[in-house]
Structure formats: C-alpha cells, structure tokens
Ligand binder design. Sequence first.
Ligand code: NAP
Length: 289
Amino acid sequence: MKKIALIGANGMLASALIRQLPAEYELLPYDLPEFDLTDREQVVALREQAPHIILNCAAYTNVDGCEKHRELAMRVNGEGPGLLAELALEVGAVLVHVSTDFVFSGDKQQPYQENDATGPLSVYGQSKQLGEQRILQSGLKSYFIVRTSWLYGADGNNFVETMIRLAKERDELKVVADQRGTPTWTDDLAQALFSLLLTEKYGIYHFSNSGDCSWFEFAAEIVNQLKEFEPVKVEKILPIPTEDYPLPATRPKYSVMSKDKIMAATAIRLTSWQQSLARYLYQRQIDRG
Ligand SMILES: NC(=O)c1ccc[n+]([C@@H]2O[C@H](COP(=O)([O-])OP(=O)(O)OC[C@H]3O[C@@H](n4cnc5c(N)ncnc54)[C@H](OP(=O)(O)O)[C@@H]3O)[C@@H](O)[C@H]2O)c1
C-alpha cells in the first residue's frame, strides 16, 4: 500500500479524491484545526508517517478575501507548498500540488500552455504563483503542479451551487459575460490526478473540462439542466459586463488552458464542461435522494 498524505482533506476537491481513492492507496488525511500547513514543525513531523505521496489540496481559496488578507494568503498558498516540497525531498515522496488559472493575466486569446508566462492580477493569483515558485525552487524533481479552473463539486461552496440557490430564489439573474474560462468538475480532476500519479512524467500540467464559456453561459446552462430535475423560479438571465459586478479581486478576462500536455502524458479522455455538469447534477440528485 502506498501512503498518501492528503493536505486540506476537508475541502471540496479532497472530498472527490477520497471518494475515488484507488484501493492501492492508504489515506492519511490532514486539515485545520489539527494540522496547519504553514506550521513548519507540524509539516516536519509528517516525516514519521513516511508518506509516498503528498497531495496538497489545502489553500486559502476565498479569492476576494485574499485581497484583504494578503499575508495569510502568501503564507498558506505561497510558503506552505514550499514546506511540503522540502518534506517530499526529505522522505523521497512525490508531491502533487493543485494550482489555478488565476496565475495568468488573461491577455491571451488562445488557450494557455504550461510554459506561458504567468502574470497574476490578484493577491490570490500571486500567492498561488508563489506556491508554484517555491516548489520549483526547492530542488524537488518528483512533483506535479496541476493548474485547474472554475472548480465545482459536492461538499463545497462553488458557482454551480450558488446559481442553483439563486435560480430558486429570484426571478432574474445578472451574470458576468466578458470573462471566459472552463469549468471543472472535481470528480474529473480527481481522476486526472490519479492518472498522472501512475506516470513519472513530472512537471507542470493544466487540467479542466473541455470547451470554454463565460460565467453567463455557464449560469444559463446550469439553469437549463437544473430544470430537468426540479422547478426553478428564475425566468430571465441577463449578461452583464464585469464593471457592473465589481469585486475586490481582478479576474482574468480569458483563462482557458490547453490540456494537450496532460492528454499526451496520461490515458485520460476529456469530457465537455456541459457533459460533466450533467453528470454532476445527476449525481447530486441521487445523493440527495
Ligand atoms: N475552487 C476553485 O474554483 C478553484 C479553481 C482553481 C484552482 N483551485 C485550487 O484547487 C485546490 C482545491 O480547492 P478547493 O476548492 O477544494 O478548496 P477548499 O474547498 O477551500 O478546501 C481547502 C481546504 O484547505 C484547508 N486549509 C486552509 N488553510 C489551511 C492550512 N493553513 N493548513 C491546512 N489546511 C488548510 C481548508 O480548511 P478551512 O476550510 O478550515 O479553511 C479547506 O479544508 C486549491 O489549491 C485551490 O487553490 C480551486
């Protein structure tokens, strides 16, 4: 059995990883309040467990909150992954670290490649960029840094769940239409991470579902598909520009990522964002009885 230390084990992505954990792995879960990724002594103490794999899902993920709490963001998302890389070096483990499309500026009009220049627009993006840099600077060779985008799934606050709630509460929704990206279902990302672990092709990868959309198009699809399962109140969904929905953190206008590299390295098949959404809503219905 390979021991897998799962950091941030109570989060949304971690819950998908736990549900899909292949039988060959023994799970060692760590999260706040018992375990703090930014506490060097606590990280060093994981040596005793001698994990074969360290999978980091822990992050300060409140993008707008990061603007106010810069120091905390830099510590959790920036320095924390560096501590895990040091641990991985010491115990000879593989480190899997999850990063974000928000490391990019969004100036491109073609999907971002793994080696494209980063240029984060927000504190969250800067802190995640620092996390990547700390891993690269550590000297660790056995790492996977996997950037993903617009993540949703069971057991988490996310855009899909917000739209479902609002569609039942309101007659009209206004949703930003000038930011494009790709939604990602946590269950698909979990599969992709386990597939990567079967390879020794270490490095930086991108993973999301296939295709792309604006938040407005995503919201419209969520509501349309939801109607198959339950009644909604909303009658109108209106596209608005970013400036009509001001938020503390600036988001990239375009953050679609190329998945060519992960597809060449693994046997995974990409699912369109619409199809994965349908599978998620179906699964959600079953889970709720
Ligand atoms: N959500 C998205 O749309 C999105 C998009 C792209 C990339 N990502 C990346 O994907 C990964 C997983 O995201 P997610 O949405 O699953 O996150 P999540 O649900 O917010 O889970 C993160 C977990 O990490 C824990 N955590 C926070 N600070 C910690 C610390 N100092 N020590 C130990 N644990 C700590 C959190 O605990 P508390 O809840 O108690 O704080 C939470 O259980 C993250 O790296 C994120 O940056 C997410």
